[in-house]
Write a protein that binds this ligand. Structure first.
Ligand code: ZN
Length: 187
């Protein structure tokens, strides 16, 4: 049975650590499988569309993502020891983070990424992400490297508009299908 974990916020030292690689034998540990279940539960409850292990004070290289938009290419996925095998393009958009409550900022990201890693059974997986999903993968990867979006975002501000409030769910969310064009204008 999955349990809610506490999401730690900016200022907690774990958010600034480079997370440790997961060893293959850890995947066989029921506690590790429980961790994955708990991460999904905690992400959905937040609510969010992505959550990295360091955000629940576990400094290991894995994150969960699920855009919850009825497209099975957008999750639910867990990816362990992820690496980008392709990055291309650039796009600016609004971004928020569950670990920086109430705030959003404008941030440039790659427009398209491919992320390879392991699933919960140790099988190799590859996630292809463009638009919001691609941003989400990059945002979560940053968490594994001790980076928060506020480190490079411009115009960091309290979320006021609907679009900004949606971004609080960890990366920009509002009108994800329509927004990329509007947001694509270089700043
Ligand atoms: Zn975040």
């Amino acid at each position: 049975m999955p349990y809610l974990r506490e999401i730690i916020i900016d200022g907690h030292p774990t958010l600034r650590k480079v997370a440790k690689k997961v060893q293959p034998h850890e995947l066989d540990d029921p506690l590790f499988q429980q961790l994955i279940d708990d991460m999904f539960e905690t992400m959905y409850h937040a609510p969010g569309i992505g959550l990295a292990a360091p955000q629940i004070n576990v400094s290991k290289r894995l994150f969960v993502v699920h855009l919850q938009d009825d497209d099975e290419k957008h999750g639910p996925f867990v990816i362990v020891n992820p690496k980008f095998t392709l990055v291309e393009g650039e796009i600016e958009s609004i971004e928020g983070c569950l670990s920086v409550p109430g705030m959003v900022g404008d941030l440039s990201r790659h427009e398209h990424v491919v992320c390879a890693g392991l699933d919960r059974n140790g099988k190799r997986v590859e996630l292809d992400g463009a638009g919001l999903f691609g941003r989400c993968l990059q945002h979560e990867m940053d968490h594994l490297n001790g980076i928060l979006y506020i480190d490079t975002a411009k115009n960091i501000r309290p979320a006021v508009t609907d679009e900004e409030k949606a971004a609080l769910a960890e990366v920009e969310v509002a009108g994800s299908a329509a927004a990329p064009d509007a947001a694509a204008a270089p700043a």
